[in-house]
Design a protein around this ligand. Structure first.
Ligand code: ATP
Ligand code: MG
Length: 636
């Protein structure tokens, strides 16, 4: 690595060579009811226990701790362009709401260690419920609102919740999305139906039916507990705080279990060292509470840091594509967190929307969730004139694995790169064949040598074996955590993620990452977005097939123009990557199938291209995108 990043390097180095000293210092960032006796217990690899014997509470650290200094500061601002509401809660008010909610949970029989599934739209009660669980030591499991009944049922059966907190409906792009209706169906399908269901009635689904003896009304119970004071339940650092199921992009979702103390320390430390968010400032994270980004950086992270957090219900383009920038102008966040997919959506809109508002409050924008292609990285950096930090992480880790650490040293950004390993991560790029370390610019598996740092998953909920089997058995010779992503490190020490280890195409014996081909296609000036999948081929093993969204559709107006354009794109790949990467076909569509969290459904496209059943499609953002893929494949 280039020598000039010495401050970052020393910080990272110490976090690996003196783990206990390093994390003991970070542990001071939060309040402890009882101090820990041992910073790290790694007597049972790969299971790591952090701050052993220490007692703390996430809700105390996120709310109560700030009451002396900032009771009247806004803690949570709820903004909805779906139902036109703007409502702010100060720390004092948030404290009161969370106490009420905690009292409601207790009145419904929820106690320490019980699971509570939160299946809710982006409304403040969702955050209250999470924090109320944390307060009383109940384990929350937020299930993303877009999931279908069967997906929800599978999560109910795995978590076996005592209570489900839900709502009549959500709103998305102006349309009502039923929640209660789906929940009833999920409970019918479930083998472990919850005893109680707590419902926030937003008045969207007027026909919502309550099940007598099971369903309870939030507003009614809240009124009964207006003055409730629920003392926090102190928890041993390693007790579970929440379960969150992975997106399931690659198969059966895994219940990621997180602890209490390590989680609180890791997020608080990340707010300081990575996001540079200080108490009194505002953070705007555009994710959903159903995803890990929402857990860490809409709810817990900013509140642990004493910041104001923005909970936004709405899309980035309604009422118009300037809405985020208007929110920035109105609420002046200093730090913003979003996804490459959302930025690509905005990139397709009129740039005038960005110039219309004063966005000068934002000092840094962080992006994660998907590879950030260089043109998009460059575009948004130029547009905002601030550092845009691509950072790489997983549901499993809860906070960044690869990132710039500007709170420690402001290292230059390289477009398309999530920079360096975050402190605490002993990250290695390992050759698939023998787990030896790869050299500069050599593509290898991104792996982490355990113990995993605080805040990273403790295990798979209820299944220690699956934790070890899934994450630690990629290499027979070495006990390392596999991210299942490919990466490279350049000579300056910057990392690049090249896609998932199962997104590899084998063309006539050559192994090609789909991302490499996508990047090559993106070099063509008329391509806005592209997905490449490997399609089985009798002769070559697999063939790359591309689905591309063009910027200027007039270039593909006629079949002849289309064919010419396809040739041009192929020629671009030949130049960028060589003929070996040239896709067999480039199909033009106006939209690509993605999950609601913005992840490309490559496996679905691949199944369709191979004429197979695409399987569970419930997380898809817009089903018409699939129709386009089918039509394109059929030559329609
Ligand atoms: P599942 O594990 O259930 O299949 P998933 O992996 O899609 O679901 P997440 O944990 O939300 O669920 O996503 C993490 C993955 O997203 C990473 O492993 C990586 O493939 C991708 N990713 C996240 N951030 C970045 C980034 N900055 N650059 C490139 N890829 C990223
Ligand atoms: Mg994953």
């Amino acid at each position: 690595m280039a020598a000039e990043y010495n401050v970052y390097k020393a910080f990272h180095q110490r976090s690996i060579t003196d783990r206990e000293g390093f994390w003991a210092e970070q542990g001071q960032l939060i309040d402890w009811h009882k101090p820990w006796t041992k910073v790290l217990d790694y007597s049972r690899p790969p299971f790591a226990k952090w701050y052993v014997g220490g007692e703390t509470n996430l809700c105390h650290n996120a709310i109560d701790r700030h009451l002396d200094a900032r009771a009247d500061q806004k803690a949570l601002v709820y903004l909805s362009t779906e139902v036109d509401v703007e409502q702010a809660y100060t720390y004092r008010e948030l404290h009161a709401e969370v106490n009420r909610c905690a009292a409601i949970l207790q009145s419904l029989g929820v106690a320490k260690g019980d699971r509570v599934i939160i299946y809710m739209p982006m409304i403040p009660e969702a955050a209250f419920a999470m924090l109320a669980c944390a307060r009383i030591g109940a384990i929350h499991s937020v299930v993303f609102g877009g999931f279908a009944a069967s997906s929800l049922a599978a999560r109910i059966d795995d978590a076996k919740p005592k209570l489900v907190v839900s709502s009549d409906a959500g709103m998305r792009a102006g349309k009502a999305v039923p929640y209660k209706h789906l929940l009833d169906e999920a409970i019918r399908l479930s083998s472990f139906p919850p005893e109680k269901v707590l419902l926030v009635n937003r008045g969207i689904d007027k026909g919502m039916a309550m099940v007598a003896g099971r369903d309870e009304d939030y507003a009614e119970l809240r009124a009964r507990h207006m003055d409730a004071k629920v003392p926090v339940t102190w928890l041993e650092s390693n007790e579970p705080s929440y379960i969150l199921y992975t997106s399931g992009t690659t198969g059966k979702p895994k219940g990621v279990q997180r602890d209490v103390g390590g989680h609180a320390v890791a997020l608080t430390a990340s707010m300081k060292h990575i996001y540079c968010g200080a108490a009194g400032q505002t953070m705007f994270t555009t994710s959903d509470i159903g995803w890990v980004v929402g857990h860490s950086y809409i709810v817990y992270g900013p509140l642990l840091a004493g910041m104001t957090t923005i909970l936004y219900e709405g899309t980035p383009i309604r009422p118009d594509p300037g809405i985020w920038w208007k929110i920035v102008q109105d609420y002046k966040p200093t730090v913003m967190f979003s996804s490459p997919t959302a930025i690509r959506v905005l990139k397709k809109q009129d740039p005038a929307y960005l110039k219309k508002y004063d966005v000068s409050s934002i000092k840094m924008l962080f992006l994660a969730g998907e590879p950030l292609d260089e043109p998009t990285h460059r575009w948004i950096s130029d547009a905002l004139e601030i550092p845009v930090v691509d950072h790489y992480w997983q549901t499993e880790t809860g906070w960044p694995i690869l990132t710039a650490v500007p709170g420690i040293e402001k290292t230059p950004i390289k477009f398309g790169s999530p920079s360096f390993p975050a402190y605490g991560y002993d990250l290695k790029l390992l050759r698939e064949a023998d787990a030896s370390e790869a050299g500069p610019d050599e593509k290898a598996v991104v792996a982490i040598v355990p113990p995993l740092p605080p805040g990273v998953m403790s295990t798979v909920w209820g299944d220690d074996d699956r934790f070890v089997r899934t994450y630690f058995s990629t290499f027979s010779k070495k006990l390392v955590y596999s991210t299942f992503d490919w990466g490279i490190r350049d000579k300056d020490g910057y990392h690049f993620i090249l896609g998932r280890t199962d997104d590899v195409i084998n063309v006539a014996g050559h192994r090609l990452g789909t991302r490499e081909i996508e990047e090559a296609i993106q070099a063509h000036s008329n391509i806005a977005e592209v997905a490449v999948v490997g399609v089985a081929d009798a002769l070559k093993g697999q063939m790359p097939v591309a689905f591309a969204v063009v910027k200027d559709v007039s270039k593909i107006a006629t079949p002849a123009a289309r064919a010419a354009h396809e040739k041009e794109v192929m020629a671009t790949v030949d130049r960028q990557l060589g003929a070996i990467g040239r896709p067999a076909r480039v199909h033009f569509v106006t939209m690509l199938p993605k999950t609601r969290s913005g992840k490309m459904l490559r496996r679905t496209m691949q199944a369709l291209a191979e004429g197979r059943d695409p399987g569970d499609l419930t997380t898809i953002e817009d089903p018409t995108a699939l129709e386009q893929i089918r039509d394109a494949l059929a030559g329609r």
